[in-house]
Design a protein around this ligand. Sequence first.
Ligand SMILES: [Zn+2]
Length: 512
Amino acid sequence: MSSHLPTRREALKAAAAAGITVAMSRLPQLAAAPATPAPAPTRPAAPQSFAAKASMIGMPISIAPLARQDLDALFDDMRQRAGVTALFPFAYTHEPHRCGVPPAAGFHGGNYGIPHLQYYHDTPLTYADMRAPEFGDVDVLARVIPAARKHGIATFAFILEDNVRPAAVPHWEALYTVDHHGRRSDRQPGGPCHNNPYYQAFTLGLVEDYARSYELGGIMWGSERQSGLLNALNLSQSNGVDPGRTTCFCEFCQKKGRDLGIDVERARQGFGEIEKFVQASRAGERPRDGYFTATWRLLLAYPEVLAWANLWVSSRHALQAAIYRKVKSVNPALQVGWHVWHNLSFSPFQRAEEDFAGMTAYADFLRPALYNNVAGSRFVSFVDGARHSVFGDLPPDATLEVLYQQLNYHAEAPHAHLAATGLSADYIERETRRAVDGVGGTATQIWPGIDIDVPVAAGASHCTPEGVQAAVNAVFRGGAQGIILSRNYTEMKPENLAAAGAALRELGVIPR
Ligand SMILES: [Zn+2]
């Protein structure tokens, strides 16, 4: 492998060659650069036929370095180490880690650009609620976008839906879900309700604001949640949530449910029965007829909970479609796509909820999170949770083996070693190919997110340069059109980011 790092001129040429097709077309430096073909393949093993199509090398990043640091040095580093062509700042968040600061009581967060109030209607949120105060008067998007462009980097606003209600912004409360006991949620698996008209108005206002006010390449939105039924059954990488706080029965969800012919009270009772079942399982009470039968019997008795799950899933997809239409109505050239929660890698149940084929009508791209190292401990957490409901009859090893078979993963680690080993590069390739096949025949592109130093507990699998190279190769062997180096630039060790760049050079995606 070559250790040569590209000069800035080479990097700019490469960006034009790789061609972030739409996003970059408005960037004069790139549009003027000649379309230099990627270097010819030099290694037979390199999956060149896929790599030649690659157009996106994305980099998510928290806000603090963008607000405070020398941007030229930052972007030079990204370009030289890994040929980054698109930046994904967490542009709107009330969570400190996405801002890039330590957790603190009273943290506010919000929009790290400037909210332009003409785009926000019918929401209780005020300018002060929405505007993030952490960096004074700095408009981070306005600061970043032209500086990134100089380096051949487009900017995509990454709006990752918050799960934790911001205590410092009380007006957010009216946008959050209400559990089956009638209590307002304040954290995952609750969150803002997709049927809440205030939240819809805020979200559509935000994406319109970004689309009109900033020279973006696109917008990526994400929601790391699933239907309440799966939450209630403890089928989540976020094992251990309160089964009494798993879905929404707010007035807007109730009305939508009634309009769809769902018996709302039966649905509510069903969630109450599932809550009791899971609480008893956690207390060590084995159901008389076994866990699987008890689970299935609940669904027979309360099919309304399945209808309520479908209501949740279809409501989120409807919001995604509305986001897509809103952005495209402002500027059809902007690329709009979706971060896909890592939980799909462990849950055949959530896979059923998120059919990629059905999303292509409102997705220019999908970014499935395929973090293979941290996947180990997250999968263990999923297995442990699932054994409090549908998999309670099986020991952990058998549960994991069943899930491997259902998910089509081969030769992965047994339960006892999984956290320390992580999943293999083969998992990344299989999940990438599944996504590519899912959107097959459409214009939707697949840009998997790969694991570069996603934080893990002590003793869990850690990234290595060799592992990162294998992950990059797996993505392109799986047929992806791009890659998102994940999950946050500030977490990445320089040698591991450079390893991603080395693999991209070997593949011919960026120049040697
Ligand atoms: Zn609701």
